[in-house]
Design a protein around this ligand. Structure first.
Ligand code: NAG
Ligand code: NAG
Length: 660
């Protein structure tokens, strides 16, 4: 739904990775602009300086850079090392447990990488995207390959859709049109029902797309919500890359056809009086980045990595820590100094949390809208103080029930989540988690204990000293293999508690039954762990929002445990002087980053003999919401109305906790 890290396309339901690759190969051939002779051989120059370009113009520029086997094999080498040595779900992904409600198709990452290596790609872009697609198929948002070179254009469908329940039926609706990028888009289409897309039933097409082309989650309802738009419900986390109508990567086709029926003038859609249906062909429009003049400068500004001496195998040469830092701090799309200034000034960071008291007749209900747990260290005390003062105000206003809106929250600092739970419940159990063992990571952790400053020395197990929690391994079955893991660890929030003013004896008047989790399923990572603790350990009921009607829906997704990114990991290696370790992943030869889950988190029931079982992993188990709400014509565009509808259901006792 929204914008932050990026990830891409195709996925499940398809028998194999090969299918996705074939799709890429067979995508439409470029027809470069030929208007001026000088641009004939430089399709990037042909669109430089323009605000928008057509699909074919953008494709010609992106496909201008030839496939290079050296770059490909260096890239694959790094992805192989990271997935093999560090990605906790590498083995289970090949043969995931069959759990009702989870759409986890088997993905053999290493076989997939071999297939990609042996393919002759038409362009560097096709190669890079095939790597991104492969990882996407695992349906773990933490596992991602982002080739920034091919994430600079933003592709829009000028029609943005949402899904509503209208007159008891599930319909696809035009939420808004973008006439600033395509003059043919008509404002009057807003509110029209879309009955067909590309000559298929519109809802079927979208569900299909959610199942097959979206790697956000193992819950298809969450994928469905991710690809749809709701205009005003645009808060919190925005991954931007893989919506139905909004991509950071080149779309698979040039345009889509939409068949619409619009309410007759003066009638509301629910009255079902329509003008004659009509079909429009809607192109993908590319928003052109502005920091290049031609192919050479495009490459230099967006693709060329500044890590040098890469060619010498075994020697890392100069690792550009500044570039890693920029990438790590989220300046993924453009590393120019100008972009850095804009990012610094841009206030892209919204509020982390807002307290909203609802109006009559729900004046005794408050909403805590928690948009992100990615609290910057300098903002922590402010976050805590905002939380306390918000609760105080709720108390003085006589708020009896609280909706915790965790929709579209991509996670962040686990201690921020723990702080919130502790504020309501005094304390919260630790969920056990472990880290995959490898001799390489043993060297990292041992060194980290000697040289403080990296997070690798922060993990603890009370029974083991020094690095023994890591070296005294447990062997568990994952998929068809036996895999070694560390002892269960927890990440201590001591630092939060020692450095910040927290009222540990705080009492609030609200009990579990006075709280309700509201989630569109796009509550991931730390958010997922917070929501799971609230629901499983503290018995707070959860309401699912949106998704596919008639499907049970989970309230959280990708609860993996903890994610890491190559840029950050390499900076840690540099700090520990381990960048030249023979097993260390090399930086990507082109500007790119990858992310992965490196800690697997278990359900709180994973104790004794259950510890270590793959079915106890949060990532591979199902946590369904207790009740459900769908968008309708009135609340899809009005978040206060939505909250008021939720409050109505909640206060009338219609969302009781379902005992599992
Ligand atoms: C493209 O330009 C070349 C040389 O200017 C010309 O010969 C050719 O016919 C043009 N092709 C198209 C499709 O316009
Ligand atoms: C491929 O990339 C490498 C590393 O950037 C470069 O040295 C080499 O010249 C490239 N090969 C071709 C054929 O362009």
């Amino acid at each position: 739904m929204k914008l932050v890290n990026n990830q891409s396309g195709y996925s499940t339901g398809l028998p194999s990775i090969l299918f996705a690759i074939t799709l890429l190969c067979s995508s439409v051939t470029a027809a470069p602009s030929n208007s001026t002779t000088s641009h004939k051989s430089d399709p990037c120059a042909a669109i430089a300086g323009k605000t928008t370009a057509t699909f074919h113009e953008a494709k010609a520029c992106l496909d201008h850079f030839p496939y290079n086997e050296t770059i490909a094999s260096q890239t694959l080498d790094t992805v192989r090392k990271v997935t093999k040595e560090l990605y906790v779900f590498n083995e289970i992904a090949t043969s995931p447990p069959k759990v009702e409600g989870l759409s986890a198709v088997p993905v053999d990452i290493h076989h997939g990488l071999d297939v990609i290596q042996h393919e002759k790609w038409q362009s560097d872009r096709e190669f890079q995207e095939s790597v991104a697609l492969l990882l996407d198929k695992v349906h773990d948002t933490h596992l991602v390959y982002s080739p920034f070179c091919y994430r600079q254009f933003i592709f829009w469908q000028p029609i943005q859709l949402n899904a509503l329940v209208r007159d008891q039926k599930s319909v696809v609706n035009v939420a808004y049109v973008k006439n600033d990028i395509w003059p043919d888009a008509k404002e009057s289409w807003v509110g029209c029902e879309v009955t067909q897309i590309d000559d298929k039933n519109a809802m079927d097409m979208i569900v299909n797309y959610a199942v097959n082309n979206n790697g956000e989650s193992k819950d298809v309802n969450t994928c469905f919500n991710n690809i749809m738009n709701t205009k005003t419900y645009f808060h919190g986390w925005d991954d931007g890359a893989d919506d139905l109508g909004y991509h950071r990567f080149l779309p698979a086709q040039e345009m889509h056809s939409y068949t619409m029926r619009c309410p007759k003038k003066g009638t509301s859609p629910a009255q079902e009086e329509f003008d004659d249906p009509f079909t429009v062909q809607v192109p993908w429009v590319a928003q052109v980045p502005n920091n290049f003049n031609d192919a050479t400068s495009y490459w230099n500004n967006y693709c060329q990595s500044s890590h040098t001496a890469y060619a010498k195998r075994g020697a890392i040469g100069h690792l550009d820590v500044e570039e890693l830092r920029l990438m790590h701090e989220g300046q993924a799309f453009d590393l120019s100094p100008e972009a850095a200034r804009n990012a610094a000034a841009g206030g892209a960071r919204g509020p982390y949390v807002e307290f909203i008291a609802l109006d009559k007749p729900q004046a005794d209900v408050g909403v805590i809208d928690i948009q992100s747990f990615s609290i910057q260290s300098g903002d922590r005390q402010d976050f805590i103080d905002t939380f306390y003062s918000g609760l105080k105000e709720f108390e003085s206003k006589g708020i009896k029930k609280i909706i915790l809106d965790l929709s579209s929250n991509g996670g962040g600092d686990a201690c921020a989540g723990e702080f919130i739970i502790n504020t309501f419940f005094g304390s919260t159990p630790d969920y056990p988690s472990d880290i995959k063992y490898s001799p390489f990571l043993e060297r990292v952790i041992k060194k980290a204990i000697a040289i403080p400053g990296t997070k690798w020395s922060d993990y603890k197990n009370d029974k083991y000293k020094d690095a023994e929690w890591f070296t005294q391994t447990n062997t568990y079955t994952r998929g068809k293999e036996q895999v070694k893991f560390s002892q269960p660890v927890s990440l201590s929030c001591d630092r939060w508690e020692s450095e910040l003013t927290i009222d540990k004896d705080k009492k609030t008047p609200w009990k579990a039954e006075d709280l309700l989790i509201l989630s569109d399923g796009r509550c991931g990572s730390t958010c997922a762990i917070v929501a799971s603790r609230l629901r499983i350990s503290h018995q707070v009921a959860a309401m699912g929002l949106g998704g596919i009607r008639g499907n049970r829906m989970q309230f959280a997704s990708f609860p993996g445990g903890e994610s890491e990114r190559l840029s950050g990991f390499l900076m840690d290696l540099q700090q520990l002087d381990l960048q030249d370790d023979p097993d260390a992943p090399r930086p990507f030869p082109e500007r790119a980053d990858m992310g992965w889950t490196f800690r697997e988190a278990y359900r709180p029931t994973a104790k004794g003999a259950e510890m270590g079982k793959e079915t106890e992993l949060l990532e591979y188990s199902v946590n369904n919401a207790d009740c459900r709400m769908h968008f309708d014509d009135e609340n899809a565009d009005n978040v206060k109305k939505l909250w008021s509808d939720v409050a109505q259901v909640f206060t009338s006792g219609q969302c009781p906790l379902i005992k599992d």
